[in-house]
Design a protein around this ligand. Structure first.
Ligand SMILES: Nc1ncnc2c1ncn2[C@@H]1O[C@H](COP(=O)(O)OP(=O)(O)OP(=O)(O)O)[C@@H](O)[C@H]1O
Ligand SMILES: [Mg+2]
Length: 524
């Protein structure tokens, strides 16, 4: 599918994503359809009637819905109706998209295989993840044969869960019907089934099969009227003949059964660590029927969030894993080679500089894609990564020792630090003055906190919060051992160091130096 760029925005219709300056917003199918229609017809004024006919398929819609949809689009674009940059209202006629648009045409039809992974990866600059892609393909093949399952991609923020999910969905195009939903923080308190309502709406709306839509209305009246409301069509009771006493969960399963009779279905629910309890129960309910459904449910979770909030999906996914219904795949950092591959696509450098540029971005990201992309953008903006004749080079200092942390990455790291309680924060500040790697005995001595408490806290920082990693233990004496840890990212260690006020850094630093002197003396 083509990609459209206008001003700071990029519209990725195949992913329902509107991106701006590194942040992306998920569009509902209707918002996307209207925006895409206006962009495609930007050489003229599009009338309201035309939008109703072509986007709402001529169905009866509530008065004012077109205007409300356009106004939501304007809010997303930061546009103002009175002095528009993007969408102009032509009084009593309709709307016109007035900003110049750059289109990147999808040239996949010109290339060998349509489902050629390398081609797609290159086009979207998506690198690596071959094992995960193969795990997905195995599940999808089983799903096509009638055995559904749940695939859960887990990992910390920025590791690439959403990007992987979207890449897989675009690869599965044509093989299965696809519907997306996502969870948002806070939504779980106010709305039950929120991600599944989105997914059902997506499914309902994207199905061109009128017979299937009618069956969905019959077997899942509650969900169909929610979908109609979400699409701004008002509640639709034409399928109310279905048994309304059926619980929403049963209706959902009935709807999925209808779809899966016709073709395999992939439901992608992003950020499930924020799912409401009803949605978690729905997954539990769906899992009981998976063996007879052509359904592949793909979810993404941040384990840290699951554990921190004692989220019910932590236990459910564990139980489903034991039963073999759910397969959890943990995303690790990208390898040096994968970072180099990405850097070569995003900022190709002259042959003799390739290695140092790739090395620089590996050091700044340690394979976390979000850090990698942020560093490339940040260095481009500061001039530390500069272009000469279409080739990019980094300033010499960056390749060697200096670590410069982009402000958005620093914010994210400090946010994860703030999630820890004050005592843990203090221990990690003491720890970071030892270096990227540190040991529990020194932290205990310098902080004055007992070794047992330090070890318990560090263990939780590693297991639950994932800010440090356990490297192993060594013997302190005949009865005690020392635990060794490493900060998960050098940039995290650096951000932590920078967050310590100078007077405390000096005081703690001299205690550590004194301790090292004593230890060296004793060893000698
Ligand atoms: N394999 C990859 N190749 C290229 N770019 C990637 C890859 N994985 C992720 N990215 C990019 O890295 C950034 C972060 O990825 P993404 O948003 O998918 O992370 P996430 O794990 O979903 O994080 P969060 O838990 O915060 O939602 C995005 O800009 C994404 O496009
Ligand atoms: Mg994500």
């Amino acid at each position: 599918m083509n990609t459209y760029t206008f001003g700071p925005f990029s519209l990725f219709p195949d992913r329902f994503v509107l991106a701006c300056d590194g942040a992306s917003q998920q569009l509902t199918p209707r918002l996307l359809a209207v925006l895409q229609y206006l962009i495609r017809n930007r050489d003229r004024v599009v009338t309201k009637e035309e939008l109703i006919n072509d986007v709402w398929n001529g169905s009866f819609i509530e008065e004012g819905i077109v205007a409300r949809t356009v106004s939501t689009l304007r809010a997303l674009l930061g546009d103002v109706a009175e002095s528009p940059k993007y969408i102009q209202t032509v009084s009593r006629v309709g709307y016109r998209f007035i900003h110049p648009v750059n289109i990147q045409y999808d040239d996949s039809s010109l290339l060998a295989g349509k489902s050629d992974i390398a081609t797609r990866n290159c086009k979207h600059r998506f690198v690596g993840r071959h094992e995960e892609i193969s795990a997905f393909n195995q599940r999808l093949a089983k799903c096509e044969q009638g055995a559904g399952s749940i695939l859960c991609f887990s990992g910390p923020s920025g590791i690439g869960k959403t990007a992987l999910g979207e890449t897989l969905l675009s690869q599965a195009e044509g093989r299965a019907m696809v519907a997306r939903g996502r969870c948002a923080p806070g939504l779980s308190v106010t709305e039950s089934y929120a991600p599944f309502i989105d997914a059902f709406t997506d499914l309902f709306n994207s199905s061109a099969d009128a017979e299937l839509r009618q069956r969905l209305k019959e077997v899942a009246p509650v969900w169909s009227s929610q979908a109609a409301l979400a699409l701004g069509q008002g509640a639709d009771n034409s399928g109310a003949a279905g048994d309304p006493t059926n619980s929403p969960a049963r209706q959902f399963v009935a709807a999925v059964t209808e779809v899966s009779r016709k073709q395999p279905l992939i439901l992608f629910i992003d950020d499930f660590h924020w799912a409401d309890t009803a949605s978690v129960h729905l997954v539990g309910f769906l899992s009981l029927r998976l063996a007879q459904l052509r359904l592949l449910l793909v979810t993404t979770v941040r384990c840290t969030e699951l554990l921190r909030s004692a989220h019910p999906f932590a236990q459910l996914s564990h139980e489903l894993e034991l039963k073999g219904t759910c397969h959890r795949v943990r995303l690790d950092a990208l390898s040096v080679e994968e970072v180099a591959e990405y850097v070569d696509l995003a900022a190709p450098s002259p042959p003799d500089a390739k290695e140092s540029v790739a090395h620089c971005f590996y050091r700044h990201s340690e394979g976390n894609p979000f850090f990698m992309i942020s560093a490339i953008r940040y260095f481009k903006s500061t001039g530390a990564l500069s272009e000469i004749d279409g080739k990019w080079c980094v300033e010499p200092g960056l390749s060697d020792t200096a670590l410069k942390i982009p402000p958005n990455v620093e914010k994210l790291l400090l946010y994860s630090l703030e999630q820890l309680d004050l005592e843990d924060q203090y221990l990690l500040k003491v720890a970071c003055l030892q270096g990227v790697e540190f040991d529990s005995a020194t932290v205990s001595e310098v902080s004055g906190v007992s070794i047992t408490e330090v070890e318990e806290r560090l263990r939780a920082c590693a297991r639950v919060h994932e800010v440090i990693r356990h490297l192993g233990d060594s013997e302190l004496n005949a009865v005690a051992s020392v635990q060794h840890y490493r900060f998960v990212h050098t940039v995290f260690w650096k951000a932590l160091q920078d967050s310590i006020v100078p007077s405390r850094r000096t005081a703690l630093g001299s205690k550590i130096a004194e301790l090292r002197r004593r230890n060296a003396h004793q060893t000698a």
